[in-house]
Ligand binder design. Structure first.
Ligand code: SIN
Length: 282
């Protein structure tokens, strides 16, 4: 049965209608997996999931990726509860990033389930890194394919009170991870930039921060051009899943007076693979 999909923008994102994620057979899951590869981020409205049901859906995508620095729920360590209280700033994920680029095998996908949302605001923005790569000049593509990024988690970044409490060893230094700036998607074969804001992608490998900054800032501006983006407006019961191998995302900080609670699970991924020397000009 063909999925009923409604695109969220001209480039990426789709809402999938008429699916109850607790009653998905293997053929239905195969269609949803295809939809994720086609659209980069997909969402389902009006789901009514217990933590175990969310985990069961997550497990269909692969092994669960445990965050190296953030604690999950006490009785479900695979689920990170993202909480912002009324009166606080939203500081969790409030910059463009792809999840866990600061690890050697970053999360392949992230699943976010809305438990409590503000009446307006608190949307999540997504940007396509493969569209961004495709729109670069040939000269910039060649240069980008030769560069590697140096990525480090910022344990000291400002966070809401509840989120800071989830980082147990604040003073223990984080481990860096070096990745190709252009990543080949392991399932679609498409090339994409692979980068975060400088809070995490600190510099290019073998270069200083000052040398790296102009190009990193240019690539981020380019990758977040409105025509490469879409946004999800959350409702209670919305579940979204996105592909971290070809997308960045950013949680908006525009609902100071409201509480927002989300349940997040990440799925294990592979070490990013760059473009081989012999294929760079292809
Ligand atoms: C995240 O960056 O994983 C969280 C996104 C959100 O809260 O919208």
């Amino acid at each position: 049965m063909a999925l009923q999909t409604v695109s969220l923008s001209g480039s990426i994102g789709a809402e999938i209608k008429g699916v109850d994620l607790t009653r998905l057979d293997d053929a239905g899951f195969t269609d949803i997996h295809r939809a994720l590869l086609d659209h980069g981020v997909i969402c389902f409205r009006d789901q009514n999931l217990t933590p175990d049901q969310q985990l069961a859906f997550a497990a269909r995508w692969g092994d669960i990726h445990l965050h190296p620095y953030l604690d999950g729920l006490p009785n479900r360590p695979e689920i990170i509860e993202i909480v912002k209280e009324a009166g606080e700033r939203n500081r969790f994920g409030d910059h463009w990033h792809t999840d866990q680029i600061f690890t050697s095998s970053p999360a392949m996908a992230t699943m976010l389930y809305a438990k409590e949302v503000p009446p307006v605001g608190g949307d999540t923005m997504f940007a396509s890194l493969s569209h961004a790569y495709g729109a670069l000049s040939d000269g910039m593509k060649e240069l980008a394919c030769r560069l590697r990024t140096y990525n480090l988690y910022d344990k000291q970044a400002p966070r809401s009170r509840r989120m800071s409490a989830k980082i147990p060893d604040q003073d223990k230094p984080a481990e860096p991870a070096v990745h190709p700036l252009v990543r080949v998607h392991p399932e679609t074969g498409r090339r994409g930039l692979y980068i975060n804001e400088m809070q995490t992608t600190r510099r290019f490998d073998g270069m200083t921060v000052d040398e790296s900054r102009p190009l990193i800032e240019y690539l981020l501006r380019h990758a977040t051009r409105p025509e490469f983006t879409c946004r999800i407006r959350w409702q209670v019961g919305t579940l979204a899943i996105w592909d971290n191998r070809c997308l960045m995302h950013q949680a908006l900080d525009d609902y100071p007076d409201y509480r927002r609670v989300m349940h997040r699970i990440t799925i294990k991924g592979d070490p990013p693979v760059g473009v081989g020397q012999e294929d760079i000009a292809a």
